[in-house]
Design a binder for this molecule. Sequence first.
Ligand SMILES: [Zn+2]
Length: 238
Amino acid sequence: MKAYEYSFVIKRGDGTSEIIPVEFERSIKSKSIKITPQLTKKIIKVTYPVYVLHSRAVDFLEKQKNWVARQLEKVPEKIEIADGSKITFLEQEYKISHIPNARRGVWIEDGYIFVSGEKEFLNRRVKDFFKSEMKKYFTAKTHFYAKKIGKKFEKVSVKDTVSRWGSCASNGNISYSWRLGFAPIFVINYIVAHEVAHLEELNHSYKFWRIVKNIYEGDVNEAQRWLSRNGLSLYSID
Ligand SMILES: [Zn+2]
């Protein structure tokens, strides 16, 4: 583990805590000391100009530490994928139940996600299950919207991206974050409609937004608002 000279601690209501390290970085492009809490990566970045002393950057952070602490309050509590945990996936609530000797992989039944196999693989198996379920969902929905504008796409893949919920390449490959499975369906569908609209317009022009509004049955602003307010919570499931 890397040692950090400065870090913050988030204390949870349940008595647990989490360390959020600070990364200092001198940058040629930097014109002033800047603190950026990168909440999905769970680090605090401090960038400062080359001519500024490191100790001054630390002083600056020291003075802003109450502000940083307030930003960290926005980091949602962690939900661990483990035996007994409750998870909402595609708007359905499930309880995870570990049945070591079942030899059936992962399956859904009566509000449970049952997982067989050894405990040490449970987390990865459930994640793989979510990813493959999301791939099916995304593929079907991408077909649905693409048909509406008479466009074809190459292939749909799922990723665990931190910075974006979806992307569409000029060759027609579309990828989505599988973590959207923890968001409401109207939000997932908005991302799909957004990426499909890029098959026609590879920009965010007026024309692009007209296509999104044409194919998407929900309210674009509402979906965007949900993501900016709650997007971070999709990363708290681990
Ligand atoms: Zn876009």
